[in-house]
Design a protein around this ligand. Structure first.
Ligand SMILES: C[S@@+](CC[C@H](N)C(=O)[O-])C[C@H]1O[C@@H](n2cnc3c(N)ncnc32)[C@H](O)[C@@H]1O
Length: 264
């Protein structure tokens, strides 16, 4: 896996280039609430919180304290500057070293993070430690082998190939977590409107705020942009751009007797 350094450039464009469309936060909060069976929580972990795109939304949706754990100092600065919320604390840390007490969180949310985690086993071990018994892990991500409904790949075939190579499969994540006692609850796919038109999507994509675009050459990026611009110019009636993102839901074992990791 090629690590992507958010401290180098991506922190500059992330917040605007990855801004959520108006209904998107609610769409994901509703999906989480359906699995929790309630609209409240004590404490939530937003692991790999980035610029805090979901942290305040989580706090508001569940009336909870949120800890946004984020390894990139520059992303944390952006979060503190633009994503400040009285119930959210942004702290340094990473998936294999979560700065939290045992059993501190009702549930964990990982949005577009799991492909950056080098050691899935260490991540599962830490999540098992910091979640309360029976606590859920919500992994919002795209996965290898499931990229057909992401619109910009139509224009950037090299980016799709890079993502197929670096993204984990659902099965690899599930089995890494199963080795630490997590059970599969669900794999859902949510369709979200990312932009109101292809022109708006072009304006977003040209900011190069997706880490995938750090993995292709400048020439490949520019050629993809030209293809996208051309297609956007043909669009006579603005048509919303939809994309499908998966939600993998896992449950931490509830009994202390299950805490011995199974070796696979
Ligand atoms: C695509 S961004 C997602 C940010 C946020 N969750 C969101 O959806 O807007 C990925 C984030 O994961 C962070 N990250 C990278 N490696 C990580 C790790 N090992 N543990 C936790 N976070 C990590 C990056 O610094 C970056 O902020």
């Amino acid at each position: 896996m090629t690590p992507v350094d958010y401290d180098r450039d991506l922190y500059r464009t992330y917040r605007t280039g990855r801004a959520l469309a108006p209904d998107t936060g609610g769409l994901w909060m509703d999906a989480i609430a359906a699995y929790l069976g309630r609209r409240s929580a004590r404490a939530i972990l937003d692991l790999g919180a980035g610029t805090g795109r979901f942290s305040g939304i989580l706090a508001d949706a569940f009336g909870a304290r949120v800890v946004g754990v984020e390894p990139s100092a520059k992303m944390r600065e952006e979060a503190e500057r633009h994503g400040a919320h009285r119930d959210v604390a942004y702290v340094g840390g990473a998936a294999d070293a979560i700065p939290a007490a045992d059993g501190e969180f009702d549930f964990a949310f990982l949005s577009m993070v799991i492909h950056h985690v080098g050691d899935l086993g260490a991540c599962a071990r830490e999540l098992r430690r910091v979640l309360e018994p029976g606590g859920l892990v919500f992994i919002r991500n795209t996965f290898a082998g499931r990229l057909d409904r992401v619109r910009y790949f139509e224009f950037f075939p090299e980016a799709r190939a890079a993502d197929e190579a670096r993204l984990p499969t659902v099965e690899s994540v599930r089995s890494a977590f199963a080795a630490h006692g997590f059970e599969l609850v669900a794999l859902d796919t949510l369709e979200q409107e990312i932009d109101a038109s292809l022109t708006a999507h072009y304006d977003r994509i040209k900011q190069r705020a997706l880490s995938t675009f750090a993995l292709i050459t400048d020439a490949e990026f520019q050629a993809g942009l030209a293809r996208m611009r051309h297609a956007a110019d043909q669009e006579t009636i603005p048509t919303p751009v939809l994309e499908a993102i998966d939600l993998l839901v896992l449950r931490r074992p509830s009994a202390a007797s299950l805490l011995q990791p199974k070796l696979q």
